[in-house]
Each structure stands twice: as structure tokens, then as C-alpha cells.
Design a protein around this ligand. Structure first.
Ligand code: NAD
Length: 362
């Protein structure tokens, strides 16, 4: 049976009904301006079990089949990372607007190819960088734009948990896209990347990684990710010359705390009696406050934006180029990680250049 829909409802298909796909389906089902017409998972048991929840949707184990039906305007790809490129290529080639879960693909070359396909076929390519649709990140961005932090020195983030362990990509590629996307949004284009990590469970995938991203003006982003940690942690710190902030995504109410803290130096070098220090350091411990944040569920905001970009023909903020920027950092991080050398310089790269051709700097 074909799902009934009104002309102003976008018909959406979902590929991949593992952990995340059902969340996408739940939220899409709550929106008036779309309807889930097709569901796909290559696992027939999974498809059958899930399809029963959405009896009006067509089901298939074959992604190629659903991309070519007349019943979808847009496809959401929520499958393992290594399958993103091939599935997105299929969707875009068949004239379907495409949402790809993070990370967009496994290389910048794949991203370029998808961007080109979307551009030439006049289709939207949207990447699931969900945090760029979250109210706490928007609040931090506002604070940056309004110079409330002063000069930003660095940002750091920890994204830890016990599982889920992926078989197709490392913890870096699975978890760090969230932090990278936020840091690029707040700090701009990266200059260089340095990464270290280790694989314990499976020799081909790192379970724990630390990534340093250097930005212009001496600013830095530090990211620690692991799926082999006893404690679930989703925390980001912004340290500026005027203020500092901690964003704890696990908190239900006070997700952001702003600290009116700082360090100031008094230059005493002009005084004759200065004996062992030319500077006096003073620490400012001011008020701590938690701003009110009216949060819409980020997944809902993200999917509403996807639909709006298609129906109003708007360029997504998290478009293919935004997805590529994140993949470029991951690709450079892999180069640094696997060759155990040093910084991978990104500042000299032009758009379209491949990180794989870069030289490492010792
Ligand atoms: N935005 C977020 O916060 C968030 C959270 C979790 C996962 N994700 C992303 O969502 C994607 C899926 O993650 P997950 O945790 O649901 O993975 P998962 O392994 O739990 O589920 C993936 C599903 O895809 C199916 N599948 C694999 N290849 C397929 C193919 N070629 N055709 C059809 N079905 C196929 C599998 O059978 C499985 O049911 C990943 O890209 C992940 O990074 C995003």
C-alpha cells in the first residue's frame, strides 16, 4: 500500500533502521509537513520488526530499489559510515534530495564527488551535524559573535562512553565529528591537526584518541574521544580572555554554565625593587550563571531544517561543503595518527586538494 499524503507533504525514505534510524522515523512521524513513505534495512528481521510500527510505509531490503521508486522526494541515510558514499551517490544519481548521517563519507574525495553530484542535479545534500541545530551551541556561537568570551584561547571537549563500538570506523570517525563540527562553527577554518590514539579491541580501529586542532591566532581545539570508558561524558569547555563556559550536554536543565573567571597579569618590571618576578598574577573568580536556553529537540530542529531547505529551496547550513570540512579534519587526523609523526598542515590546502597528498611536518 502507498502511504496517503497531501501535496504539501514531503515524502521521505529512511535507509538504516539500527540504533539511530528509529529516532529519525519517530521525529519525522511527528511532523506535519512530511510523511515517511519508505523504510529500508538490509537486515530483513530488523526491517520486518520495525516496518510493523509503520504499516503504511513500503519496505525493502534493497536501497537501490527504494531510491528508484516514485514514492520518495528525499532519502535519509542512517547506515554505518563506510556505506554512506555509495548510498548517497545512488540517491543523488536518482534525483533524490539526500540527508547523510555524520560523517558524510570516508574521504574528502568522496565528499567532493557527492557535492558535485548534488550541485549538477540541483539537489540538496544535507549532513547530520546535529549539534549545529542545538540551542546550547547556538548560544555559544552568539557569545562568540558578541565578543562575550573576549579573545578565545582554546576549546576542549570530552565525548566518552562504554560503547557503542563500531566495526567499520574508529572512535575518532564515529564520535569526533560532533566536536569538530562545533569547533569549526565557533573558531573558523583549521590550520593544522595533530592526533594520537590506540586500538585495543580491534587492531584496525582506534578506541581512544586525542585530537588537537590548531586555528589561526594561536587558538586550539582539544578533543578526547573514547568508546572504552566507564563514564558517559559529553562536555565542552570554552576558555576566553574575558569569560569561560562549560557546556555539559548530559545535564537536562543547566546545560551551559558561564564563568566570569579569568587571569590577569600586572606588569611590575618598571619597579626597581622587583626581586624574583616581573609580573603579578591575579585570578578573577566572578559570578557563575546558567543562561536560559529554550531548547527544541536538536533532532527535530535538524529534520525541520532539512525539509525547509528542500521546500523553500534554501542552502543548508550543514551542506556537503560543511560535511567535507569535518571529513578533511578527520582525514588529516588519520594521517597524523597512523604515521605517528606530527602536525598535518591544513592552512595551505585549497578547496578540492586532497589531505592524502599532504606532507607531514615533524
Ligand atoms: N546524530 C547523532 O547523534 C547520531 C547518533 C548515532 C548514530 N549516528 C549516525 O547514524 C548512522 C547509523 O548509526 P547507528 O548507530 O544507527 O548504526 P547501527 O549499526 O545501529 O545501524 C545501522 C543499520 O543500517 C543497516 N544497513 C547497513 N548497511 C546497509 C545498506 N547498505 N542498506 C540498508 N541498510 C543497511 C544495518 O542493517 C543496521 O540496521 C551512523 O552514520 C552514525 O554515525 C548519529
Amino acid at each position: 500500500m502507498i502511504h496517503p499524503h497531501s501535496p504539501n507533504q514531503l515524502r521521505i525514505g529512511i535507509v538504516g533502521l539500527g540504533y539511530w534510524g528509529p529516532n529519525l522515523a519517530r521525529v519525522l512521524n511527528s511532523l506535519d509537513n512530511c510523511v515517511v513513505t519508505v523504510l529500508c534495512d538490509r537486515d530483513p528481521e530488523r526491517l520486518k520488526a520495525f516496518g510493523q510500527k509503520y504499516p503504511m510505509a513500503l519496505t525493502s531490503v534493497d536501497a537501490a530499489e527504494i531510491m528508484t521508486t516514485d514514492h520518495v522526494d528525499a532519502i535519509i541515510i542512517s547506515t554505518p559510515t563506510k556505506t554512506h558514499f555509495q548510498l548517497a551517490q545512488l540517491a543523488l544519481t536518482n534525483g533524490v534530495h539526500t540527508f547523510v548521517e555524520k560523517p558524510l563519507a570516508t574521504s574528502t574525495a568522496e565528499c567532493d564527488s557527492l557535492i558535485h553530484l548534488a550541485d549538477t542535479n540541483n539537489l540538496k545534500l544535507f549532513v547530520g551535524h546535529i549539534f549545529l541545530h542545538s540551542a546550547p551551541v547556538a548560544k555559544l556561537k552568539d557569545m562568540v559573535l558578541n565578543d562575550e568570551f573576549g579573545e578565545i584561547y582554546y576549546m576542549s571537549s570530552t565525548r566518552l562512553n562504554l560503547g557503542p563500538v563500531r566495526y567499520d570506523v574508529s572512535a575518532l570517525w564515529d564520535l569526533a565529528p560532533h566536536d569538530i563540527s562545533i569547533m569549526l562553527e565557533l573558531m573558523g577554518s583549521p590550520v593544522a591537526v595533530n592526533c594520537s590514539g590506540l586500538a585495543y579491541l580491534n587492531p584496525s580501529n582506534h578506541d581512544v584518541c586525542t585530537l588537537n586542532i590548531h586555528f589561526e591566532d594561536n587558538r586550539m581545539g582539544i578533543i578526547h574521544v573514547s568508546w572504552l570508558d566507564p563514564h558517559k561524558k559529553r562536555e565542552m569547555t570554552v576558555v576566553g580572555s574575558k569569560k569561560m563556559a562549560i557546556y555539559n550536554d548530559i545535564e537536562s536543565l543547566e546545560k551551559i554554565k558561564i564563568y566570569d573567571n579569568g587571569v590577569e597579569f600586572e606588569d611590575l618590571s618598571h619597579q626597581d625593587d622587583t626581586t624574583y618576578a616581573d609580573f603579578r598574577v591575579s585570578y578573577r573568580y566572578g559570578d557563575i550563571h546558567s543562561p536560559r536556553i529554550n531548547e527544541v529537540e536538536p533532532l527535530k530542529a535538524e529534520l525541520m531544517d532539512f525539509i525547509d531547505c528542500i521546500t523553500a529551496n534554501k542552502q543548508p547550513k550543514t551542506d556537503g561543503r560543511n560535511g567535507r570540512d569535518v571529513v578533511q579534519v578527520l582525514e588529516a587526523a588519520d594521517l597524523s595518527l597512523n604515521q605517528k609523526l606530527g602536525d598535518v598542515q591544513l592552512s595551505t590546502l585549497k578547496r578540492g586538494d586532497s589531505v592524502k597528498e599532504m606532507k607531514l611536518v615533524k
